[in-house]
Design a binder for this molecule. Structure first.
Ligand SMILES: Cc1ncc(COP(=O)(O)O)c(C=O)c1O
Length: 357
């Protein structure tokens, strides 16, 4: 079976974790975590990077640090992974679903029509930047706090800066299917010293400096571990290589896929493809293509359903979600692992091109 995505673990990764285990370190966050944070912050060009257990908690803490609370309205694109909206619900705020454009990112035109927003979360979905910069401009002008959920987009660039730099805060995720992984893991990025300080305290029981057991208010334990950071540092050392690999996979599909039932969704040169995706003619084609490929030992995955189609979110549905609601079920994610070999890509494209219904 060729899987849709698999983590890539190298000998260097194994050595890094094993060296750390042999070093007598205390496992929880300390020097390795600091180094991992510093390297990510230097790579992206953002002043502060704070490691947390996962991307969902990163969004939650980002919202919390901005003072988003019960009843505040927070815009979210109608196509994104469930964590983006669940973090908003977790904080008690009210999600406002916004339709997406053809690049599957939040639509600037729809966004501009929405009143009374406290915050917005822009998602450069699948490594595509959409109109993120225009959304940032609008947010600044209208005093809307902006979080960039950059879980898919480490390596992608906007016009003049890296993804991970948009808005007041950005977040990353390091689950096994991301471009680098720490098993689970997340990072919050900001240039704002006050927000960074606040988040560092919130993730560590809101503890006063030193080893004090006096606390300045509510706080939980969202610390990282040096054990994960050892893996993260080793993975980060080949980020550029991974970016090149993702681009090569994309170029291969782009060059070889030829079938009237679907087409590869394009990426710009500054974008790093995360999952390679095709847009099929309709949901029936998408479903049949998925089944056909499984029969041929090729795993694919359906893209996220529109949030407004999730039953548990039905109270947030609105009338302006036509594009996302009519497109979400036509997108199929193709095999996109960093370890894909050329002969596997050839098999996948051969099978894709022979598909008919
Ligand atoms: C767009 C997006 N945001 C947030 C998350 C949540 O990250 P995590 O799984 O690390 O909690 C994910 C996870 O894949 C994601 O795809």
């Amino acid at each position: 079976m060729i899987f849709q995505v698999e983590p890539q673990v190298t000998k260097n990764d194994i050595k890094a974790v094993s060296d750390y285990m042999n070093s007598g370190g205390w496992l929880t966050e300390h020097k390795f975590t600091n180094e991992f944070e510093n390297k990510i912050s230097n790579y992206l060009g953002r002043k502060y990077a704070i490691a947390v257990p996962n991307g969902t908690i990163a969004i939650y803490l980002a919202l919390m640090s901005l003072g988003i609370k019960k009843g505040d309205r927070v815009a979210v694109p109608n196509i994104t992974m469930i964590a983006t909206i669940n973090a908003i619900l977790w904080i008690g705020a009210e999600p406002v679903l916004i339709d997406v454009d053809e690049d599957f990112c939040m639509s600037i035109n729809h966004f501009k029509k929405i009143k009374n927003l406290k915050a917005a979360i822009f998602v450069p979905l699948n490594g595509r930047i959409g109109n993120g910069e225009l959304i940032e401009k609008w947010c600044k002008k209208n005093q809307i706090k902006l979080i960039e959920d950059s879980a898919h987009s480490l390596g992608t660039k906007y016009k003049n800066f890296n993804a991970g730099n948009l808005g007041d805060l950005s977040i990353l995720s390091f689950t096994p299917h991301k471009i680098i992984t720490t098993g689970q893991g997340g990072m919050i990025l900001t240039n704002n010293q006050k927000l960074a300080k606040n988040i560092k305290k919130l993730k560590s029981f809101n503890r006063r400096a030193g080893k004090s057991d006096w606390h300045d208010g509510f706080g939980l334990n969202f610390k990282f571990t040096d054990l994960q950071a050892a893996l993260g540092l080793s993975q980060l050392a080949r980020l550029e290589e991974n970016i090149t690999t993702k681009r090569k996979i994309y170029q291969y599909y782009k060059k070889h896929i030829d079938n009237d039932f679907f087409a590869i969704n394009e990426f710009e040169e500054n974008e790093v493809p995360w999952f390679l995706d095709v847009l099929t003619k309709n949901s029936n084609v998408r479903n049949k293509l998925h089944e056909y490929l499984i029969k041929n030992n090729i795993e694919t995955r359906f893209s996220y359903p529109a949030l407004s189609k999730q039953k548990f979110l039905k109270e947030y549905k609105n009338k302006n979600l036509d594009f996302s609601e009519s497109t979400h079920n036509k997108i199929l994610w193709l095999p996109s692992s960093l370890g894909l070999k050329n002969n596997e890509l050839k098999i996948i494209c051969d099978k894709l091109n022979k598909f008919r219904i």
